[in-house]
Design a protein around this ligand. Sequence first.
Ligand SMILES: Nc1ncnc2c1ncn2[C@@H]1O[C@H](COP(=O)(O)OP(=O)(O)OP(=O)(O)O)[C@@H](O)[C@H]1O
Length: 226
Amino acid sequence: MSELVLRCDALGKSYSDGNRIVEVLAEVNLELLPGEKIAVVGASGSGKSTLLNLLGGLDKPSSGRVELCGRNMAALKERELCQLRNRHLGFVYQFHHLLPEFDARENVAMPLLIGGLKRSASLQRAAQMLERVGMQHRLDHRPGQLSGGERQRVAIARALVAEPDCVLMDEPTGNLDPQSAAQVLQLIDELGALQSAFVVVTHDPDIAAHMHRTLELTQGRLEQRP
Ligand SMILES: Nc1ncnc2c1ncn2[C@@H]1O[C@H](COP(=O)(O)OP(=O)(O)OP(=O)(O)O)[C@@H](O)[C@H]1O
């Protein structure tokens, strides 16, 4: 059993663009330790979202492999992959992707319900997590009744509620006004003490500065920044 949360070995991804092959990731190597928080930066189009999709098992590599908690994701059946993701991963996107017909507490409870926890226990843990992100006063508000910053705090609570080994974030403050972005950054900082490892794709040097290390995607490779 590997002790690493995530491991990429010679990971490559190409897209076929009509009769051309576009190589986005050439050879990405990464070892993420439990609890480690890293930022991934890089120019627009350098492949950051592509990498995050591979790390999250949402897309398959063209070459190389990604192991999540010691399991090669590309070798799993869809059902096993869903279970692995549910147990070990949390996702935060630029756009919150909350379900509009459910309130904040139900949205946050979703990963627990999918994981098989009873409804009452799931809702209780969701409420605790919402308190942790400063949203205890909005438990029964639907996403449409929340501000952009509040929605993103709910999305972060949903990503963390099942205490995943790894949280993948794609530009978590990218869609927010500066004040909401500052609040979300402060929250990410406070959550830094949690056991979960973080991989945060960001253009924001403030977020990168709050992580343990910053890696830069350049020419299809991931390089440590000094
Ligand atoms: N499904 C696809 N088919 C073809 N090309 C794709 C596909 N998805 C992404 N690409 C190309 O791969 C490259 C990397 O895209 P990606 O979205 O990963 O970059 P990024 O670093 O996240 O960019 P940004 O910072 O602008 O969001 C781009 O040149 C993009 O056009």
